[in-house]
Design a protein around this ligand. Structure first.
Ligand SMILES: [Zn+2]
Length: 227
């Protein structure tokens, strides 16, 4: 069981530190849900980063000044300095991206950085070794397991599913019904810029409402699963 005596935990993981996080954090806070936000320290400078999502949705990164208290009550984790592809960067470049992101984020937010999410969800045996060397508790992938089993391949941490997965509500029902004998985790990941329409926000709020406020569920950040 988790340290609070519960056996079921739900946690969220969102990447890239974009402007839509402001609305997302407010929504999570409204329902007492906890998340981990994976930030790229190199995108928080005064260099505003823009890109397009699905060729229709402009996405902008946040300035550091917009994030100072934004993630209070949640966890900040690493996503490399510049969102580099772990399968493309040279080993030394990737190691520096990991190490420096941890150093920068710890200095910026005055908090210990205990985990990370692989950019693009990609990793190699060598990059997993780097994660171990840096003593990270976990490194999140993007491989949906559709399972509530406690992670068994640490530091690799595979999510249950994406927040907009067609099976999300079905999984929520299963998780609510679940009476596990061992630690179980419902782990949801995504990006706040994937909310394309008001309807997307409403659907996610419906999910938050269903899953929140339950006495048998531990609402925690990613690293609290392991502390
Ligand atoms: Zn990313």
């Amino acid at each position: 069981m988790f340290k609070n005596g519960l056996k079921k935990a739900i946690t969220f993981s969102f990447d890239d530190g974009v402007a839509d996080d402001i609305r997302l954090v407010a929504l999570l806070n409204k329902y007492g849900l906890k998340a981990t936000f994976n930030l790229n320290s190199g995108m928080l400078s005064n260099r505003r980063v823009h890109w397009m999502f699905k060729d229709v949705r402009p996405v902008r990164s946040l300035y550091y000044t917009e994030t100072i208290n934004l993630y209070d009550g949640h966890e900040i984790a690493s996503h490399t300095v510049n969102h580099v592809d772990p399968c493309v960067a040279t080993p030394i470049a990737f190691y520096n991206e990991l190490l420096l992101d941890k150093v920068y984020l710890e200095a910026l937010y005055k908090t210990e950085i205990r985990g990370m999410a692989f950019p693009y969800g990609r990793y190699t045996d060598e990059t997993v070794e780097m994660i171990k060397k840096l003593n990270y508790l976990y490194a999140r992938t993007t491989k949906s397991t559709y399972s509530f089993d406690f992670p068994s391949e640490l530091p690799l941490l595979h999510p249950t599913c994406r927040f907009n997965d067609a099976k999300l509500f079905q999984l929520a029902e299963q998780f609510i019904e679940l009476e596990p004998t061992e630690k179980s985790v419902f782990y949801i990941w995504g990006h706040s810029f994937e909310f394309l329409t008001e309807n997307d926000w409403q659907e996610f709020e419906k999910f938050c409402k269903i899953i929140s406020g339950r006495e048998d569920i531990f609402y925690c950040t990613n690293s609290q699963l392991f502390l």
